[in-house]
Ligand binder design. Sequence first.
Ligand code: F6P
Length: 342
Amino acid sequence: MRVGVLTGGGDCPGLNAVIRGVVRKGVQEYGFDFTGFKDGWRGPLEGDTVKLDIPAVRGILPRGGTILGSSRTNPLKAEDGVRRIKENLAKHEIDAMIAIGGEDTLGVAARLSDEYGVKCVGVPKTIDNDLSATDYTFGFDTAVGIATEAIDRLHTTAESHMRVLVVEVMGRHAGWIALHSGLAGGANVILIPEQRFDVDQVCGWITSRFKASYAPIVVVAEGAMPKDGDMVLKDQTLDSFGHVRLSGVGEWLAKEIEKRTGKEARTTVLGHVQRGGTPSAFDRWLATRFGLHAIEAVRDGDFGKMVALRGTDIVRVPIAEATARLKTVDPGLYAEVGVFFG
Ligand code: F6P
């Protein structure tokens, strides 16, 4: 059997660990051959491949990024996309595909599998942790660790100058990174996309923090939005590559805080630092187990399925279950951390 592997969407620490797990088990236990496809679904669409064997996966476990490259190409939007993919898979004698990705990449895998008979197994990844049907996605733990360390560091400089420090973390639609890193880092305010915030209330928390002789840290997810109807900065714009770009809620908020409280404020935007570099031990563990179980699903002929973490077990669920809706922060969970605000 020959198995194709691709990584799509935003990269994330742990992708290489999945690829290594898939290839090591596939070759050693099942005698499978592999073909790597470059840059997500662009690879199968354009027939762009790379050699994928045991030597190719040697030493990649602790490496961030992906040896296969990634892109957000959606082949279902390309002219003749399905036909071209099928032709290229046939040309490379691919019997099954393993697609490692988030909502979009897996959405394509679900449709190709369910509607067009392309045999796919999915592996969930995203630093945002917002995929349904799995308790955690790999990459999230690493991102939270990086953000937490940043918050720890910002506490000391904030206190030296008695300033407000606003930390903008990733998370367009879900506030998981903000919630976990904000709680772990002892932030005084955490703002998430799931709940619009009131700037005056935020300023009230900041003022009370100063009254207690501490400098406040505000963690804001990039997709968080204020209640004020006049705020237009969150308009999503498309860049020249057609990608959605958000425009600086952290900077905007720091300016509003200065205006409304008279306190000096600075912003740190963590950006892609949260996605780069070596995966945490937990992410290596989860990604490797996902890889081992994904190739087992291929061996079993269990297509249209995605591997998922439930408690400490790896299970298989229909890919479509993960992509049907985003997993967002529950209001009850958010309310729980509110005790630390101010
Ligand atoms: O989905 C992962 C993610 O890192 C989001 O948190 C973020 O909004 C987005 O990707 C950034 O995308 P890009 O790398 O294309 O700028």
